[in-house]
Ligand binder design. Sequence first.
Ligand code: C2O
Length: 556
Amino acid sequence: MASFSLTHPLNLKPSTAISTSCFPPSFYQNKSHIPNLRHQRQPASCKGSGEHDQSSVGNVDRRNVLIGLGGLCGGAAVAGLGSNPLALADPVAPPDVTKCGPADFPPGAIPSDCCPPVSTVKDYKLPSVSKLRVRPPAHAVDEEYIAKYSRAIELMKALPDSDPRSFTQQADVHCAYCNGSYDQVGFPNLELQVHTSWLFLPFHRWYLYFYERILGKLIGDPNFALPFWDYDSPPGMQLPALFANVDSPLYDKLREATHQPPTIIDLDFSTADIGVPPSSSQVSTNLCTMYRQMISCGKNPRLFYGEPYREGDDPNPGAGTIETVPHNSVHLWTGDSTQPNFENMGNFYSAARDPIFYSHHSNIDRLWSLVRVYVCDSLDTKKLGYVYQEVEIPWEKSKPKPRRGKSVLAKTSTTAATKKTTTTVNFPIRLDGTISTVVPRPKKSRSKEEKENEEEVLVIEGIEFDENYPVKFDVHVNDDEQSPCGPENSEFAGSFLNVPHWKKGDNTIRTNLRLGITDILEDLGADGDDIVVVTLVPECGAGLITISGIKIKFIS
Ligand code: C2O
């Protein structure tokens, strides 16, 4: 296991601790010098307005089916990117199961052997689909469904741990693929990681697929379909009741006590927000967050899926829009802040030990299938035998609004106002507190056609921090750095958010954040400006994050 090291990548001394609300108390017992600047946002000022189906053939090591994921995922992600020239690159190869090693667990974790029992790897062929399984929204399922699902989980939990279909081993699949059990084949120094890249969506789709099939098999119902936690829709914006019944096998005691139903979820959550009650406008703010992540920021497939992750690449090249938010934020919101590592949902080694994990991921998978209709027409879930029950998409029209009214924007060039007080930052810089910097725009006032062909992307490059921290910072464009706005306003361009997942050796993670800003700049009336003023607001982990640069690039 990796040694715990607080040596900062740039050997910069962390700044003084300001608040302790952002990491679990046990973090501080051992690491009392960890800084934790909790930025106080000022919301008041922000209101602008069969036969081959191995899961069904008894005691087959279904995890060896997953081993094919590396290749399948790479291929799948590539297919999803359509005509992207990157599609020609080699995908990350599937791991060598005979070389599965111990996973890396953070201090205080309850470890497990995350490696699957070794058996022969077979190619999985999808069975032909006679009837589609329909995944229902978790808040709307009836008693009969809850009884059936509970029974399925009960049976899965009752299987001996040595059984690859057991709940323990299913949870361990997640641990193996994100806590360093595998190296990339041919690259012994590169961990295989299924998060923070374009592997994220296809990996989890297949992961859920087999989990669902096993549950169906255990209760003798081939049409059993997992429920999705529709936290993107008002009736689903709380922990679904079926998971909150303490007597149910769907219950997990390692969840945040202050986030039990009917507490409304905060999709822009960071662990700095623990104990902060939801605002009265939480539902509409969540809808704005969904709009931003699904529509304005994720217009380009690469931004939506995440960065290419190819053979020989370092892990974590960059997450797609929905991986960061709401995926990561929902993990952290659900995990128990009194546990050393926000177990279970708030840390990737333990996340899949909570049955709610699979409903969280059903929703992420569904959000992907929604996008599919206008991003690409491959990757049909129907071939996997399931669809999602049709529900309203309430965030489609929840476009964030500029905090300054149109008339004000017209009078003052947005950037001119802020430029006077903003200097250019010298990178690399440690994010001790809020920073603002001027970023030149290589192109401005582009035609509608140019904008359709190329998305203007704000790239926060070389984000480095310790892997085991739930760090979050928000990115604002042309905002007031003294009182940055919330997700309900256009100036809030997006967030960077890490779910801790621990890693062998050096715990420093290095990744990038890309945010589409074409729509935002139009909304702000700033499309004719030569520059943008970018403000980075650390919400959690200030002093632990360094940034190597901020640039504007164009992605076609
Ligand atoms: Cu593999 Cu929600 O994480």
